[in-house]
Design a protein around this ligand. Structure first.
Ligand SMILES: Cc1cc2nc3c(=O)[nH]c(=O)nc-3n(C[C@H](O)[C@H](O)[C@H](O)COP(=O)(O)OP(=O)(O)OC[C@H]3O[C@@H](n4cnc5c(N)ncnc54)[C@H](O)[C@@H]3O)c2cc1C
Ligand code: SF4
Ligand code: SF4
Length: 1020
């Protein structure tokens, strides 16, 4: 039935800015990690949210539940959607309650060794918090980087630590739950049966108190076994001897083989060399215990391994596998899809189950197993997958093999792993009959209307019936499914559809939807909707390629807005080259398909073409940054060329001055391109304006070569990235010979300091914190040189922010700042506050763009924290004081920001409205006359209205040159401009408008037409 528009408006009033009913966003919040075969999908029914709401406090959850219960609107709780049994799928539509904002530690009781947390607290984050108090989690799932505490309690499951501590439920002291009646009740002991593995059908978990343990180093051992029987026998001996291990897990030979086959990590389109030990293709077990138990464990463990034909593996391999414990889905890179097959078997049925799977399933069955204490004995949970390709018809068939795995498990005393939406028919075995009946009775009493997560765990459904039927015909299904394999390997060719590059398309399907990239993506924490995070973008691309979504300008903007911080590349356990993929999408969408980039980039492009810089300054002023004390020291030709870049040349000149002075003081002889230097071009690269980018690449390479430069040294990390990574790649594409190295100046100076060739003469008694810029940090691995330079300044103390080096948060600059300064402020706010929290006197950076963004953010949020350039600071240490560039930066930025807001469709519509008098005056007389007649004939204007959108693309280019003087004046009234920019506007604005209008007109026409009709009616 769906929810009504007035109900949606009610929700928007209750949760301002945190409700969406946008079509694609609803799809993004209506799925989990599972990939249902196309033929089975219709059995799910609609399974699409009517809206998504993000409550951010317990009170708000209470209001939402009451609201839904009163209206009998289904409510589906969703944490991070890393489960795969359909628990978060809104089976009957209604509202998805995205609970991910309810996270954080409520209290830690060190004496009782318990911690109380909000429901959506992420495991890895919690482990970090506990570590600060010398505590650690008793157990966690391998999805710990992204999954949540309440999600695991509601879903149920085992993880690392389950060998000692059993399933998660056994470590829960209590859970506070909001029932659909509106009552909040604490559940503990036996009553946790009504919450654990209930998938949220009995209520929303608001708080969980869990038992924790003292933190300790881990002792690790790994061993290989030739057969499943040997592995199982060793495990039985280990459990029989009651070895005090904490975790026992294993992989099968297929998994080891596929891990060996994994492609290398790709950075900026190139494979990265990393050491990956080759795994023996056997059953590999990993044993973990607190280090204090090493002496007790080791001899017995090694004896048990040896007694069952096992052989111990190196500590290096054990450590490597342990460090890769969160990368269980890495093999999906080879699929790109996986058919899931997860079962639980008693330990004494493990060997027989694995053997039967080997006998009956003739496609690669890859599995990780975890041992879990269960009552008096142990169970093995097999998290199994069959690599496949969900785009192929045969995926529908191969899916049947998960039933063969289930049958094998059942034949040896096992069961399905979970229930959810897909395996409701198995609920009696998964939960046990008595427990299921108790749950059903409680549900009937607490939620008689069936509002809370309907369609899960209890009752029947077409899908559950189908699954039951398919199990009955398992041998038949298997006969069809076994030959329906898909070759396993990396095959990026031929996968793209609807213009999506092949490689990007492959990764879109390879993405496991595990969510590890979500929280730390600045686009996500700046906007807080999945569509902005990599996971959402990959999912959208699949929807787009399958024809279920359109590539609207909003989506083009989302691919553009990514800050290129590369945090996702670091976080993704599949090592997908995410940021690079968005770069490829920009090229495809903007450069090849001619869609609209962010409008301010068109003004920058015009300025770049005219004066070789993006700040609309004059090229002749480019070298004006050179201070008196350096004049005469900069060579005409040298092997080292200092490349200052636009912002350091025109806005924050202290960056260029400080850097050049430092190089000179350290005895580095260098040249510059002087007034001939052009912008490095990176704004055009990331804007998808590859024509302008290619021109600037050619110009700068030629300029440096002409000066005999062999190494370009930069202060701006984006310039460094251009010269170091992008110029060589593009020089190849453009057929230019390129043999220039690139270094950041901190690398050069740190080297001189290290070699003893340079010392700072003056002390700077300050406490500072260092902001790692993404473009030299994650993109270049330059973390230590700037720290070494800072540490060489006498009297200076360096303190680190919580997120530093590879984990450093982005400042939120360029693309996001150009798209929406408010979002950039939200992202910058996180970084400025983190810097403030260190208690430093200032935050130091070397990126002029980060400095602009941090200064602007600090100004907007009222922070007094000074932002200082490293070159500026080192000048101080060299005895040269420079003026604070902050006021000038803020002034320059105010022009830019006013231009950004002006170029938004709504503001452009307002601008057009102001231009109606000269526009109508410039129209051919006959046309104006026709409009005057139209206003007098009743109904004529309404008839004209639908024709206007067709007329606008003809009218606007025709009238634009004539109204340009008025447009320039109107822009001048809205944007405060320095004289050099005002002087150039008559050239820049028409050029920008010419590029923009074809794409912008369709966006502004619906806004302009009603204003135009009103103008004709009232003023013409
Ligand atoms: C890479 C990877 C590794 C994994 N490893 C493991 C593993 O080792 N062990 C394991 O057991 N599972 C594992 N899983 C599955 C999954 O991560 C777990 O089930 C996890 O606990 C789900 O947590 P979540 O926060 O994503 O919850 P979600 O998937 O969002 O939700 C799970 C269920 O809980 C309900 N729910 C969520 N929050 C609440 C709430 N506050 N109140 C009531 N109901 C709620 C939802 O409606 C849904 O039914 C893995 C998954 C992936 C992708
Ligand atoms: S590069 Fe940064 S902003 Fe872009 S998707 Fe990755 S994490 Fe998000
Ligand atoms: S991009 Fe990587 S981290 Fe993000 S959801 Fe996909 S697989 Fe997980």
């Amino acid at each position: 039935m769906g929810i009504r528009p007035e109900e949606l408006r009610e929700l928007e009033r209750m949760f301002p800015g945190r409700v969406t009913a946008e079509a694609v966003e609803r799809r993004l919040y209506s799925h989990d990690v599972g990939a249902m075969p196309r033929l089975i999908r219709p059995l799910l029914g609609k399974a699409l949210a009517d809206g998504v709401v993000q409550p951010r406090s317990e009170e708000e959850v209470v209001r939402l539940v009451r609201w839904a219960a009163e209206r009998r609107i289904p409510l589906t709780p969703r944490a991070k959607a890393t489960s795969g049994y359909g628990g978060v799928i809104p089976a009957q539509g209604g509202i998805v309650a995205d609970l991910s904002r309810l996270r954080g530690v409520v209290a830690i009781d060190e004496a009782a060794q318990t911690v109380t947390v909000q429901p959506s607290t992420v495991w890895q984050e919690l482990e970090g918090e506990l570590g600060k108090r010398g505590l650690a989690l008793r157990l966690y799932p391998s999805s710990a980087p992204s999954s949540t505490v309440a999600g695991w309690l509601a879903q149920g499951g085992v993880g690392y630590g389950s060998f000692e501590h059993g399933p998660f439920r056994d470590s829960v002291a209590s859970a506070r739950v909001l029932l659909p009646t509106g009552e909040v009740r604490a559940f503990q002991g036996e009553d946790l049966d009504l919450v654990s593995e209930a998938e949220g059908i009995t209520g929303i978990i608001l708080e969980v108190t869990l038992r924790v343990r003292p933190a300790q180093e881990e002792a690790l051992w790994a061993a290989q076994f030739p057969t499943a029987a040997d592995l199982a026998a060793a495990l039985q001996e280990i459990t029989a001897r009651e070895l005090p291990l904490w975790s026992v897990s294993f992989i099968n030979p297929r998994m080891a083989a596929l891990k060996n086959q994994l492609p290398p990590k790709i950075e900026h389109g190139h494979p990265v060399e990393e050491h990956r030990p080759r795994l023996p293709e056997a059953y590999l077990a990993l044993f973990v215990a607190p280090a204090s138990r090493r002496a007790e464990v080791e001899p017995k463990l090694l004896a048990a391994i040896a007694a069952h034909k096992g052989s111990p593996l190196s500590e290096e391999l054990a450590r490597h596998e342990w460090e890769a414990r969160f990368e269980i889905m890495h093999v999906k890179r080879l699929g790109p899809s996986l058919v899931p097959a997860e079962v639980v078997v008693p330990l004494d049925g493990l060997a027989a189950t694995l053997e039967e799977i080997d006998r009956t399933v003739h496609q690669p069955f890859v599995a990780e197993g975890m041992l879990c204490r269960a009552g008096a004995g142990y169970e093995a949970t097999l998290l199994g997958f069959i690599p496949h390709d969900e785009r192929k018809f045969t995926y529908n068939l191969a899916f049947g093999l998960s039933l063969s795995v289930l049958k094998a498990a059942k034949a040896h005393g096992g069961r399905a792993y979970s229930t959810g939406l897909y395996f409701k028919g198995e609920a009696g075995q998964v939960l046990g009959r008595a427990r299921l009946e108790r749950l059903a009775a409680f549900k009937a009493q607490a939620d008689p209307q069936g509002v809370m997560n309907p369609g899960k765990v209890l009752g029947g459904s077409p899908l559950a019936s189908f699954m039951g039927l398919a199990q009955a015909f398992e041998p038949l299904v298997r006969a069809v499914a076994n030959p329906a394999g898909s070759p396993v390997g990396e095959r990026p060719e031929g996968a793209g559809r609807r213009g999506v590059p092949d490689e990007v398309a492959w990764y879109a399907y390879a993405c496991a939807q595990c969510g590890a990239c979500v929280d730390e993506c600045d686009q996500y924490y700046g906007r807080v909707w999945e569509s902005s995070a990599p996971r959402g973008k990959w999912f959208f691309l699949r929807e787009f390629m399958e024809g279920r979504a359109r590539m609207t300008q909003e989506w083009v903007d989302r691919f553009l807005a990514c800050t290129t911080c590369e945090m996702c590349n670091v976080k993704c356990p599949l090592e997908l080259p995410i940021e690079h993929a968005w770069g490829q999408m920009r090229g495809r969408l903007i450069h090849e398909e001619g869609r609209m980039t962010f409008p301010p980039f068109e003004v920058m492009r015009a300025a770049l073409k005219k004066e070789r810089n993006i700040w609309a300054s004059y090229a002749r002023d480019r070298a004006a940054w050179v201070p008196e004390d350096l004049k005469g020291k900069i060579r005409e030709r040298a092997e080292i060329g200092y490349f200052a870049g636009c912002t350091a040349s025109f806005v924050e000149r202290d960056v260029a001055q400080g850097t050049a002075r430092l190089l000179s003081a350290a005895g580095v002889e260098f040249t510059t391109m002087g007034t001939d230097e052009a912008c490095c071009g990176i704004p055009m690269l990331v804007a998808g304006r590859w024509d302008a980018w290619a021109d600037t690449v050619r110009h700068n390479i030629a300029g440096m070569k002409a000066r005999g430069v062999k190494t370009v040294v930069t202060s701006c990390p984006a310039c460094w990235l251009s010269w170091h990574t992008y110029y060589p790649e593009w020089a190849r594409k453009l057929g230019i010979e390129f043999d220039i190295q690139a270094r950041h100046y901190t690398e050069v100076i740190a080297e001189r300091v290290r070699e003893g060739g340079f010392r700072f003469p003056n002390a700077v008694p300050m406490k500072v914190t260092w902001h790692d810029s993404c473009h030299m940090g994650r993109a270049g691995g330059i973390y230590e040189p700037p720290r070494q330079v800072l540490s060489a300044i006498p009297g200076l103390t360096l303190v680190e922010m919580e997120h530093n080096r590879e984990g450093a948060h982005c400042c939120g600059s360029v693309l996001t700042l150009v798209e929406n300064p408010d979002t950039a402020k939200a992202i910058g706010d996180v970084r400025v506050k983190e810097a403030e929290a260190t208690g430093a006197d200032a935050v130091v950076a070397s990126c002029p763009c980060c400095e602009v963004q941090l200064r602007v953010t600090a100004d907007k949020i009222g922070s007094k924290l000074p932002v200082i350039d490293l070159g500026h600071l080192t000048s101080q240490a060299l005895g040269v004081e420079m003026p604070d560039p902050t006021p000038g930066t803020l002034e320059a930025w105010s022009t830019f920001e006013a231009m950004i807001w002006l170029l938004k469709p709504e503001a452009m519509a307002g601008l057009f409205e102001e231009l109606f008098p000269p526009m109508f005056a410039a129209m051919p007389g006959a046309m104006r006359g026709m409009m005057k007649v139209a206003k007098r004939v009743p109904g004529m204007l309404s008839l004209m209205k639908p024709m206007m959108p067709m007329m606008m693309p003809i009218l606007v280019p025709m009238l634009m040159p004539k109204v340009m003087p008025d447009m320039l004046a109107a822009v001048g009234r809205r944007v405060p401009m320095p004289p050099h920019m005002r002087e150039q506007m008559p050239e820049l604005l028409p050029a920008a408008m010419e590029s923009l209008m074809p794409n912008m007109l369709p966006l502004i026409t619906p806004l302009v037409v009603p204003k135009m009709i009103a103008y004709i009616r009232e003023k013409l």
